[in-house]
Structure formats: structure tokens, C-alpha cells
Design a protein around this ligand. Structure first.
Ligand code: GUN
Ligand code: ZN
Length: 438
């Protein structure tokens, strides 16, 4: 077999959605399993004896009892905010003014943008994140810098130029026409080139005029295969501001509805404070929510009650976002942990299968990639991570007492960090190898 490789270890894949069926019935787990990869695609997953026995002379990388699973997917992040991660003391609107806008104004410099993109992507791979939906800045070159970096690594990533023509510093404002022209140019240059995907990116309703939102909707109509990403109902002051700016519209989601910015492939960051109409309209339009728990805590936005969106016959596609750098960690373990803690405060016990699903298939679905990445299934692209389930003595002694795979994974969610990521494979190739994590 050409360009073939077998990864041997424990394997975990989802066969069902754990929010629909009981979490225990949602997965396939082989304690002695293997994954056969050929030409960047997963060919087969199963018991190692079977996979290795049927594959002839294929190289086997033996990861012992480590877990082989799909790479994590972050469906909401801002790469230009990496330099201001862990900035003290402000909530959303003040945080944007004080920290975010000043750093984003530096991304007119392509060299600087590339250096930050490189750091962001290196951190993603170290943390086992293989795909993300990413905001650049208002500068066209900030998108070029990002996609040049992802193309070199062969990553499946989405990114878009932020559209913003009011309520921001002049140096960060475009116009409706410039936003349209530059976004269109970027779509033609990058969307579907290699593994890159474009996302039309109006920052949020307060920083776009009606004309700009209208033109963003028109552009999406012209290019329906691209994604659309923005922010929604994150912070109460932000919501009051939207009510003032759009007094004739029923609510925040109604703004995006009016301008044709809802539907499959629309990823709304946060969505913490939605009214009942907005929840129903979100579901009916097949739009998705990027749940960003570390950000919701860090900038004090509130508790996203996942049970209220996934029950009452109202299942909404939800993925997990780090929201770097409103979010304070690029670890999906930390993100799942905070999702669990947030759910606890809403009287809901988020099962580890559900948290893991959100961090992989949930995010993939939000990005319309559920048939490509986010699971270990034949035919899917081989974006795979290897997790050392005993990466620290504390975790090891906890795992020795674990009663099943979900107890083991729950302990990872609560206790693990980047030290647990033993290796990251992208498109079937190892792009990160942590030799310290034996
Ligand atoms: N709302 C508008 N812009 C932003 C941003 O950069 N981060 C977060 N968390 N919320 C936003
Ligand atoms: Zn955000």
C-alpha cells in the first residue's frame, strides 16, 4: 500500500450523538485497536490484530496504551489576540477597547501577522487542535498571513477578514464596499484551496453599519459554500447596545436574520443570553453556536446553559470554542473542563462523552465538516491525536482506579493539559511529536 501507516493503541470513535442516545451507547472503543491511514485518509479502524493482519507490509507506529482519537476542533478563536492572552480586569466592551483593538491594529504588518499566526498554530498542534474557525483582523494581509501558514502545515482551517465600519478606532475600520471587495478577493484566493476554508466575518452587530451587514449577507448568497462567523448575545451591556442600535428589530438574532446572516454554516460565538424566540429561530435556521466557556468565565459574560438549548425538542448544533483571547487557554481539556463546570452551575451534568463530542464532532458540524474531520471513521481525513492517559503521576494514580473509558476521559478533562498530547497527525502526517510524554 502506498503512503500507508498504521497507528496502534486504544481507539475511540463516535457512532452516535451522545446527546441523543445514552452517552454509554454513543461510541466504539477498542482497547487494543489500530487505525489504518492511506494517502491522508482513514481507511479502517478496528481491533489491531485484524487491521495489522490484513494490511501486509505497512509501517506500524505502536503507541502502547495511549488513546488514538480525532483531533480537537475549535470553532471560535481569534489568532491576532494571542499577544493579549491573560489581560486583566475588564468585561467585554471595555476589554475590546483597552486590549483587543490596540493589538489588532498591528496586523496591517504582514510580517508581524505571520509571526503571531505561526505561534497560534504551533500552540494549536501542541494542544491537539487540528481545525479551527478563526477571526483575523480587518486587514486583508492578516488573512493572507494566516492561510500561508496553514497551507504550509496542510491544516484544515477556516479564517476570515473581520468586517467593521463603525464604533471602532479609525485604523480598524473599513467600509461596506472595501469589506465586500477584499472578502471576495480572499474567498477567490483561499476558499477550497488546499484544505483552507473562508468564513465571512462581520465582527458583531455593533461594529457594522446596516449597509455593511447587508453587503455581508449578499456576499454569502454569492458564495454559499463559505462559512459565516460572528458574535451573539455574549454580554448584557452589548445586548442593550444592540437594542439601541437596531430599535426596530425584535432582538439580537433578529439583526442577523434581517441581513441574511443565519443558516447552516453560520457560527455564532457565545449565545449566552438568548430569549425563547432567538433559540427557536436559531434552531429553525440550522445555525450553530460556538460555546466558549473559558471566555465566558474569564471576561465575566455569564453561564451558557447547554441543557436549555439541547432539550425541549430543540437540539441546536453546538461546538466548543477557545475564543482565544477572551478565552484564556488553547487547551481543549481546559475548555471541556470549564464547559463541565459551567453546566454544573446550571444544574446539568455534562457527561464526558458529551464534552468530547462537542470538542470534535460538534465543532466539525458547526463548520460543516462533519463528513471530513472530527471522528475516526473510514473515509475521513486523518487528523488524529494520540493522548497519553497517564501524563502526570496525579492522573496516573487516578486512572488506576478508573472503572471505564469515560471515567478515564473525565479524569483527562479535569486534570490533563498539553503534556497529555503525545502526537498530532494532520492529513496522515505527524506534525507534532512530544517525546517527553512517554
Ligand atoms: N465581540 C466582538 N468582538 C469580540 C472579540 O474579539 N471577542 C469576544 N469574546 N467577543 C467579541
Ligand atoms: Zn470571539
Amino acid at each position: 500500500m502506498k503512503n500507508a501507516l498504521i497507528l496502534k493503541g486504544q481507539t475511540l470513535s463516535f457512532s452516535e450523538n451522545p446527546f441523543d442516545v445514552g452517552p454509554e451507547n454513543s461510541t466504539k472503543h477498542y482497547t487494543d485497536g489500530a487505525v489504518l491511514i492511506e494517502n491522508g485518509k482513514i481507511q479502517n479502524v478496528g481491533p489491531s490484530e485484524e487491521i495489522i493482519g490484513n494490511s501486509g507490509n505497512v509501517t506500524v507506529v505502536d503507541y502502547g496504551s495511549h488513546l488514538i482519537t480525532a483531533g480537537f476542533i475549535d470553532c471560535h478563536a481569534h489568532y491576532p489576540q494571542i499577544p493579549i492572552i491573560a489581560s486583566y480586569g475588564e468585561q467585554l466592551l471595555e476589554w475590546l477597547e483597552k486590549y483587543t483593538f490596540p493589538v489588532e491594529s498591528r496586523f496591517c504588518d504582514k510580517k508581524y501577522a505571520r509571526s503571531v499566526a505561526d505561534l497560534f498554530l504551533k500552540e494549536c498542534l501542541k494542544n491537539g487542535i487540528t481545525s479551527s474557525s478563526v477571526y483575523a483582523t480587518v486587514h486583508q494581509v492578516s488573512v493572507d498571513a494566516f492561510f500561508e501558514a496553514t497551507s504550509e502545515l496542510g491544516l484544515r482551517m477556516a479564517c476570515g477578514k473581520v468586517m467593521m465600519d463603525r464604533n471602532a478606532p479609525d485604523s480598524l475600520c473599513d467600509t461596506p464596499q472595501i469589506a465586500y471587495d477584499q472578502s471576495k478577493e480572499l474567498i477567490k484566493k483561499w476558499h477550497g484551496i488546499g484544505r483552507n476554508l473562508y468564513a465571512i466575518t462581520p465582527r458583531f452587530a455593533p461594529t457594522s453599519s446596516q449597509q455593511q451587514l447587508e453587503i455581508a449577507g449578499a456576499l454569502w448568497k454569492e458564495y454559499p459554500s463559505v462559512l459565516m462567523q460572528t458574535h451573539l448575545a455574549e454580554n448584557s451591556k452589548e445586548i442593550s447596545w444592540v437594542t439601541q442600535l437596531f430599535p426596530d428589530l425584535p432582538d439580537y438574532f433578529g439583526v442577523y436574520e434581517k441581513f441574511g446572516l443565519v443558516g447552516q454554516g453560520a457560527i455564532f460565538g457565545h449565545g449566552i443570553h438568548l430569549n425563547e424566540r432567538e433559540k427557536s429561530a436559531l434552531q429553525e435556521s440550522s445555525s450553530s453556536i460556538a460555546h466558549c466557556p473559558t471566555s465566558n468565565m474569564f471576561i465575566g459574560s455569564g453561564l451558557f446553559d447547554i441543557s436549555k438549548l439541547n432539550s425541549d425538542g430543540r437540539p441546536i448544533t453546538i461546538g466548543l470554542g477557545t475564543d482565544i483571547a477572551g478565552g484564556s487557554s488553547l487547551s481543549m481539556f481546559a475548555t471541556m473542563k470549564t464547559a463541565y463546570e459551567t453546566a454544573q452551575l446550571c444544574n446539568y451534568s455534562l457527561h464526558p462523552a458529551q464534552a468530547w463530542y462537542l470538542a470534535t464532532i460538534g465543532s466539525a458540524s458547526a463548520m460543516k465538516l462533519e463528513n471530513c474531520v472530527g471522528n475516526l471513521l473510514p473515509g475521513m481525513e486523518a487528523d488524529i491525536i494520540i493522548i497519553n492517559l497517564c501524563s502526570t503521576p496525579l492522573i496516573q494514580q487516578r486512572i488506576e482506579k478508573a472503572y471505564d473509558i469515560w471515567d478515564i476521559l473525565f479524569a483527562q478533562i479535569i486534570l490533563a493539559d498539553e503534556r497529555a498530547i503525545r502526537a498530532t497527525y494532520v492529513d496522515g502526517k505527524c506534525v507534532f511529536n512530544n517525546n517527553n510524554s512517554e
